[in-house]
Every structure is written in C-alpha cells, then in structure tokens.
Ligand binder design. Structure first.
Ligand code: TYM
Length: 331
C-alpha cells in the first residue's frame, strides 16, 4: 500500500544516537509512539546532529544510528504508517536552526536546566552546540508543523522553548509555525536510576543503575537484584517516602502493562524480596521479547527505511523552510 498522510495532527519525536536507549527513555518516550501512529501522522527521527553536542567517535555515530532505527522498529514503529528518518539527511533542520538562533535570546537558553546540568564542571570549554541545542530541537519540531511532541520530563522545557520561539517568530514575521504541545506521561516521565532514586536513569551513567533495551539478560537480572529499596517492607507507591519502590513499581507497571493499583494489591502482605524477584521476571520477559524483534531486523533494512523516510520528510520540511526564508527576506 502506498504511504499516505491521512491524519490531521502531526506528531514529532526523536532520540539522540549517543549510546543505547535504556528502559527510562523507552518508558518516557518511545513506548508511546506505536500507539500514536494509529491516530496521528507521525515523524520519528534519529537526531544525529544532537549527538555531536558531546564528543562522539565517528564510527560509533553510524553504529548507534542504525541501532536506534532498529530499536524504533522493535518498539512497534511501522514504516508503512510513520515517517522514520535521520535528521542529518535533511539539511533543512540545521538551516532552520540557524534562523531560529537569531530569534532565540541568550536569556531563553541560559534558563535551560539540562544545559546547566550537563555543562557542570566544563566551564569555558563546553561546546556552543550544547548551549544552543534546544534551538536545533525547536527547529526539528517546527519544521514539520508539529502539533504533538511525546517526550520524557527532561525535554519538556525544550518543547516550551519551541513554543516560545514559534510564537515570537510568528508575531514578528507572520504566521508560519504551528504551536506544538508536549505529551508527557503522568507516571513514567522520569525513570530514576536503580542505584539512586534521586538521579535520572541515563545513557551516560551506563552502570548498575541503568538497564539498556539491548542489555545482556543475565546482567539485567543482576541489576534488578542489586536495585536499592527504601526502609520498611511495604510495596506502596509513595514518591516522597518510598522513592526507590515507587520507581520500581513504575517500571513494573509499564513493562508488564498492568496498573500500579493492581500490582500493589497483588503484593499486599508480601515483602521486597517477592516483589523484586517478580520484577526480575517482568524485566527479563520484556527484554527478551524486545530483543527477539530487534534481532529480526537487518542493517540493510534499516538503511532502506531511512532512505524512504528521507524522501517523505523532505516535502513538508522544504515547504516550511521556503516560507520562512521568504518571510525573513532570503530567497
Ligand atoms: P534523549 O535522546 O536524551 O532521550 C530520548 C527520549 O527519552 C526520554 N528519556 C527519559 N524518559 C523517562 N525517564 C528517563 N530516565 C529518560 N531518559 C530519557 C527523553 O525525555 C526523550 O524524550 N533532545 C532530545 C532529542 C530530540 C527531540 C527532538 C525530542 C531532539 N529533537 C524533537 C523530541 C522532539 C534528547 O536528547 O533526548
């Protein structure tokens, strides 16, 4: 069946190929995508220019990119329903980013908490790219006339910036951009480290606190066994007093597709030992099924899908870019 854009609202999301995606990124963002493609016109992007804001080995970038395409597919993204493409295949993203850099204020970017966190300790040698990267993200979103952006909590502020830049540009030059909205899960928007429930589970950590989607199964078991818990022994969702168990309950709930209420009831009168043993099973079942899907996809297939996605994404991108350039006086 030929590809058709049949839904009115547009969804855009992306992940950086700077390493393997962990279950935090899966729960916070990627796990929402397959369902969305039934209702919306979806563009899912491997945002490789974002990955170079911190030093990358060039050979790794290509490897992570292909892995990420296969990860999207294994999570249910269907290239017959969605547009799956690589950011650097469309020069319009970086072109629009430059134009929006001239709309963004220093004050907008100085507020970004992720920059403050990531640049900590780097002082004057931190890359300018890391500072302006939220503007590139705004360009990704606005270029495709996006309505909805499914992301984890850490990216919400960046989508707010995209909204502000869209409004500012529209006011100054004439209406060209849609105003996007982030969709952030009520529960699961910020999965925490298994070793420290006050720290986000993150790609860069990559130790005992973080489980990758492509993690070795035995390693994953060990990480769940070693996951920290709280004092007491009740299995109860209570973020303030039981941050570690609440995080584990959230992971359990998303990976087993069962509600937290239901899980809490099941463990009434039982202790952390029983709960963690079963969570180990939930994580292992989930990872095994995911990796089985992943291993069915070849690199060649992934490359072909990117090529087809590039052609489809190019059309809307060029339409927006041409309008924007005309408005600012560049032919
Ligand atoms: P990135 O690659 O760091 O993360 C990918 C997505 O995963 C979410 N996420 C999490 N969610 C819950 N718990 C966690 N521990 C966790 N870790 C990561 C992130 O919020 C994100 O949604 N700048 C973006 C990529 C990007 C983008 C875009 C996203 C570039 N352009 C346009 C949406 C639209 C980033 O670095 O995400």
């Amino acid at each position: 069946m030929p590809f058709q854009l049949k839904h009115e609202q547009i969804v855009f999301s992306g992940i950086k190929p700077s390493g393997r995606l962990n279950i935090g990124g899966y729960i916070g963002s990627l796990s929402q995508w397959a369902e969305m493609q039934e209702k919306y016109t979806c563009l899912f992007c491997v945002v490789d220019y974002h990955a170079i804001t911190v030093k990358q080995k060039p050979s790794d970038l290509e490897k992570w990119t292909l892995e990420l395409v296969k990860t999207y597919l294994a999570a249910g993204v269907n290239p017959k329903k969605s547009i799956l493409f690589r950011q650097s295949d469309l020069s319009a993203h970086t072109e629009l980013a430059w134009i929006l850099n001239c709309t963004a204020h220093m004050a907008d970017l100085k507020k970004m908490t992720q920059f403050k966190e990531k640049s900590l300790g780097q002082k004057e040698t931190v890359s300018v790219g890391l500072f302006t990267y939220p503007v590139l993200m705004a360009a990704d979103i606005l270029l495709h006339q996006t309505d909805i952006v499914p992301v984890g909590e850490d990216q919400k502020q960046h989508v707010e910036l995209a909204r502000d830049l869209a409004k500012r540009f529209n006011n100054e030059y004439g209406r060209v951009f849609e105003i996007p909205e982030s969709v952030v899960r009520k529960n699961g928007a910020r999965i925490m480290s298994l070793q420290d429930p006050f720290k986000k589970m993150s790609k860069s950590e990559n130790g005992a606190g973080c489980i990758d989607l492509l993690e070795d199964i035995e390693e994953a078991r060990k990480k769940i066994r070693r996951a920290v818990t709280d004092s007491g022994n009740q299995i109860k969702y209570d973020k303030k007093n039981k941050p570690a168990i609440s995080n584990l309950l959230t992971i359990y709930s998303h990976l087993s597709r069962r509600s937290i209420d239901e899980i809490e009831k099941e463990y009434e009168g039982k202790g952390y030992g029983d709960f963690k043993k079963d969570l180990e099973g939930v994580v292992v079942d989930f990872l095994s099924a995911f990796q089985k899907n992943y291993n069915k996809i070849s690199d060649q297939e992934a490359l072909k899908i990117l090529e087809a996605g590039r052609e489809r994404a190019e059309e809307m991108a060029q339409k927006t870019l041409v309008k924007v350039k005309k408005l600012i006086g560049i032919k």
